[in-house]
Ligand binder design. Structure first.
Ligand code: FAD
Ligand code: DHB
Length: 394
């Protein structure tokens, strides 16, 4: 078998790259270990930056997003028992975030891929990457039925997430990994309940962080800071509601209403960046190359930004034979990656309770929260990063 671009992983990075390439007449094959049902049902991100929404719309993927996505013009920081609103649109010349679940983006992308008639293989096993330093790298794998295949490619895109095989395929002496592990995790739940708030609430409290997001008028998405070793069995419903009520308590009369919890999970909080994001004819994109803690809602958006750069670079090669953009892919992508790493680290540091830190540190956090919600300059800094800097700025 032969293709132009072999893509490993059918997450947002892999599927969107395949779509962007197809629009430019570049052929690809997407290989995914899981089933279509699994990838379309995995609950993950929810917040899309303005640039992500614009790109999905411009490339014909926005029909359901425009109908079902919820544009938010502001976000709330809650501390000291009160809400403090950051007017995102007002501070950024009209840019917003849109709440639209990642698995809905995946469903739209899978549909577009099948409509295009190009290859997307589920249930593949034992993928290995061969001859990356030659002009004809290869992907070897077993298909769903167990048959062995080899695809020769011009280029390979490693879009297989944090636990994939692509990143370790770069020899360890040629790759540097920057890692930071947080001393806490997030406990995420899905709840059947009416919407509790018009805009997302990020809450800081001495007992820990809490976040109220949404999925639909009837389904809400909530998170709370927990210990990294926690399991779902340690968090019966009563403990979850007690913690949420405590962390969201206030003197403004607002109270979260409870509902039926139908999904629970523990989400690790870590930061990782690999440099460079390319080796020979392999290019990494999305979580395969970098992880951010979820506080800034940047992971999915960074995956989108990476493949936008990669698709442009591949198009320059196929249209004009130029490899300049491909050679600079890592350097270009890493500028936005490190901006998002910094923003995610900053939001995480400001909003979580560090139990081993001194009261001095806690006072610093309060001072930062007060500053960011009272100074237009500081609020603008948060807003422009949260809605996503324009692609041509970073
Ligand atoms: P993935 O989505 O991980 O996709 C990789 C795919 O590759 C998977 O389908 C996997 O099965 C497949 N794969 C793995 N190994 C192989 C292999 N060997 N061969 C073939 N296929 C393989 N980001 C945001 O922007 N906003 C948010 O609000 C947000 N909230 C989040 C909340 C939670 C609870 C979590 C967990 C994450 C959140 N993120 C958020 C991060 C976001 O979900 C990820 O950054 C995003 O999924 C990255 O996309 P990706 O395509 O790079 O990787
Ligand atoms: C959601 C996830 C995030 O990480 C975040 O910062 C905001 C919202 C969500 O799943 O809705």
């Amino acid at each position: 078998m032969r293709t132009q671009v072999g893509i490993i992983g059918a997450g947002p990075a892999g599927l969107l790259l395949a779509h962007l390439l197809q629009l430019r007449g570049i052929e690809s094959v997407v290989l995914e270990t899981r089933s279509r049902q699994e990838i379309e049902a995995t609950i993950r991100a929810g917040v899309l930056e303005q640039g992500t929404v614009d790109l999905l719309n411009e490339t014909g993927l926005g029909e359901r997003l425009r109908r079902e996505g919820l544009a938010h013009e502001g976000v709330i920081l809650r501390f000291g028992g009160q809400n403090h609103r950051i007017p995102l649109a007002e501070l950024t010349g009209g840019r917003c975030i849109t709440v639209y679940a990642q698995h809905e983006v995946i469903r739209d992308l899978v549909k577009a891929r099948f409509d295009s008639g190009e290859a997307l293989l589920f249930g593949v096993k034992d993928i290995s990457l061969l001859d990356l330093e030659t002009q004809l790298p290869k992907l070897r794998f077993h298909d769903e039925g167990g048959a062995l295949h080899e695809i020769a490619c011009d280029y390979i895109a490693g879009c297989d997430g944090f636990h994939g095989v692509s990143r370790p395929s770069i020899p360890s002496r040629l790759r540097k990994e920057f890692v930071r592990v947080s001393p806490f995790a997030w406990f995420g739940i899905l709840v059947e309940a009416p919407r509790a708030t018009e805009e997302l609430i990020y809450a800081y409290h001495e007992q820990g962080f809490a976040l109220i997001s949404t999925r639909s008028p009837k389904i809400q998405r909530l998170y709370l800071q927990c210990n990294p070793g926690d399991t779902t069995s340690l968090w019966p419903d009563t403990r979850i509601w007690e913690a949420l009520h405590t962390r969201l308590a206030g003197d403004d009369g607002w109270r979260l209403s409870e509902g039926r919890i139908f999904q629970k999970s523990v989400i690790a909080m870590r930061s990782l960046v690999v440099e460079p994001m390319q080796h020979g004819r392999l290019f990494l994109a999305g979580d395969a190359a970098h992880i951010v803690p979820p506080t800034g809602a940047k992971g999915l958006n960074l995956a989108v930004a990476d493949v936008r750069v990669l698709a442009q670079a591949l198009a320059a090669f196929y249209d004009a034979g130029s490899t300049d953009l491909l050679e600079r892919y890592s350097e270009t992508a890493l500028r936005r990656v490190w901006r998002a790493e910094h923003f995610s680290w900053w939001m995480t540091s400001m909003l979580h309770r560090f139990h081993d830190e001194s009261p001095f540190h806690h006072r610093l956090q309060r001072s930062q929260l007060e500053y960011v919600t009272s100074s237009r300059a500081a609020a603008t800094m948060l807003a422009e990063n949260y809605v996503g800097l324009p692609f041509d700025k970073v």
